[in-house]
Design a protein around this ligand. Structure first.
Ligand code: ADP
Ligand code: NG1
Ligand code: MG
Length: 478
């Protein structure tokens, strides 16, 4: 974090890069197009609520993950691209010390609190918790001296919520960016990504950092291979001739409202700790399968063999896990499990760990094939996407019957299709030949969406769309 440097609002792009490489850009508010009309409605909402105009707007995009699901929190690389759907936050400072929040959508009720006394209630999955995470993240790690300035905020989002396209992190990232901008902090994109990955955990989900990383580090025109510990992001050009189509299964899944997501994080952690203990390591020091692999110096296929030799493909009771770790339930609750997973009595270890190691391997294969520019690249990538879906469905058990239907319907006209994001509902991403994209979409409309009453009257483009890689978070000057 370049705390000593001022936020370079008044300098050219070139100088900005010299002052602190890699800052989220500050740019003119778009004067035309779709983004501009959304900004106009947001400003209207802002004015009707606060009787004034915003000083600036922070924008953070959602993402679609092409491959590498449920591996980021194990320390493994992922392969997302930002989409052009986003969260926009209009902001002005106030002198009351209050954080006032309104949303353009009535379903998200207004909220107000003392900005220097933020409390995030994990037990209530309120929308404003994500804004509070961003505020808290910058307060804790942004290097602010003294008190935070009060803010009036209006929010507008068009990322379908609870659908695996990372609406939650876009809201956290836009909020953190807004608070940092108000306080003149120069925080690099990488630092924003890491701060936001940590602070989103205040809502209770133990995420890995993919969503926040791509929201800040995305660049238009390329997907990114994102590695963790340390954070590293590499642009990867996707092969010519491929279109990525996102299809919403219309089954929402709110990650903060259930323990499904954290249960998987814990299953991987328990598998890691039992394997660490088996080879004589101090198991409490190991949280992530990726860390264990590094210490053991084994390849991913070797780790898969290790998993097969260690676990059976059946659930393990908490008592059995304690026996394998020579520990007590109290200690397991304290050292390993999150608050919302302590009630769970059975954990699957073999299948979850096998998914993680095989999926981590597929991510690197995906990158290798993209770089190879081989003639069979599209077919090879499609095959990896299909294998990834099968693994999330069968080994990780995080698919949904509607997602499986969409993936099955994609077999004839796509090269490969898979659930994207955390799953249990939400979206699927399919890779199709550009020339087949329209026919493919019509096929899904006929066979899936025409049978879904909830789509009636909705724009089909809001549930079924192609997406090109979009740029990352920025500030719009007003
Ligand atoms: P995902 O990140 O896959 O979209 P999550 O369950 O992680 O799904 O987060 C969804 C939650 O994010 C919503 O329930 C809501 O609280 C919040 N959210 C998403 N979009 C908006 C929005 N436009 N305005 C307010 N809150 C939003
Ligand atoms: P979504 O579905 O967008 O909330 C979640 C996690 C990611 C990653 C994916 C699964 C958060 C903020 N996001 O994404 O880190 O683990 O699931 O690959 O926890
Ligand atoms: Mg989310």
């Amino acid at each position: 974090i370049c705390n000593s440097l001022p936020w370079p609002t008044d300098v050219s792009g070139l100088l900005k890069t010299k002052m602190c490489d890699n800052l989220p850009p500050i740019q003119a508010r778009p004067a035309e197009g779709f983004q501009s009309s959304r900004l106009n409605s947001l400003v209207e909402k802002f004015a009707s609520e606060y009787s004034s105009n915003p000083q600036f707007c922070a924008r953070a995009p959602g993402r679609v993950n092409l491959i590498g699901e449920h591996v980021d929190y194990c320390g493994y690389a992922v392969f997302p691209m930002a989409i052009d759907l986003d969260i926009l936050i209009a902001v002005e400072t106030n002198i009351t010390g209050k954080l006032n929040l309104v949303n353009v959508e009535d379903k998200y009720p207004s909220f107000s609190c003392d900005i220097n006394n933020v409390e995030i209630d994990k037990s209530c999955p309120n929308w404003f918790n994500y804004v509070l995470c961003g505020v808290q993240g910058i307060k804790e790690e942004g290097g602010i001296q003294g008190l935070l300035t009060g803010l009036n905020i209006a929010v507008s989002g068009n990322i379908p919520p609870s659908s695996g396209l990372s609406s939650s992190s876009a809201l956290v990232c836009a909020s953190a960016l807004a608070v940092a901008h108000v306080h003149n902090l120069s925080i690099s994109k990488d630092d924003f990504a890491e701060i936001c990955a940590r602070c989103e955990r205040h809502v209770g989900t133990q995420g890995g950092g993919m969503d926040q990383a791509i929201s800040f580090l995305a660049t238009s025109g390329s997907a990114r291979l994102i590695e963790f510990n340390p954070l590293k992001s590499t642009p990867v050009t996707l092969p010519h001739g491929a279109a990525f189509v996102v299809a919403n299964s219309l089954a929402p899944m709110n990650k903060a409202a259930t323990s499904h997501y954290n249960c998987r994080v814990m299953e991987c952690r328990i598998a890691c700790q039992i394997m660490a203990k088996k080879v004589g390591l101090a198991w409490k020091e190991y949280q992530r399968l990726g860390e264990l692999q590094k210490v053991l110096g084994k390849s991913l296929p070797e780790m898969m063999t290790f998993v097969s030799r260690t676990f059976e493909s059946r659930p393990y009771t908490k008592a059995e896990i304690c026996e394998l770790l020579s520990t007590t339930e109290e200690e397991l609750d304290k050292c390993t499990l999150s608050e919302n997973t302590r009630h769970i009595q059975e954990f699957k270890l073999h299948d979850r760990a096998q998914h993680v190691f095989s999926e981590a391997h597929r991510v690197w294969e995906f990158k290798r094939i993209c770089d190879s520019k081989s003639e069979s690249a599209l077919q090879d990538l499609g095959k990896l996407m299909q294998e990834s879906h099968n693994s999330t469905k069968l080994l990780y058990e995080c698919s949904h019957p509607k997602l499986d239907t969409l993936v099955d319907l994609s077999k004839s006209l796509s090269l490969g299709a898979r659930l994207t994001g955390a799953g249990w509902g939400g979206c699927m991403v399919a890779m199709v030949k550009e020339e087949d994209a329209e026919e493919y979409k019509q096929h899904l409309i006929k066979e899936f969406y025409s049978k879904e009453p909830s789509v009636n009257g909705k724009e089909i483009n809001s549930v079924l769309f192609s997406s090109l890689p979009s740029p990352g978070a920025c500030i719009y000057r007003f």
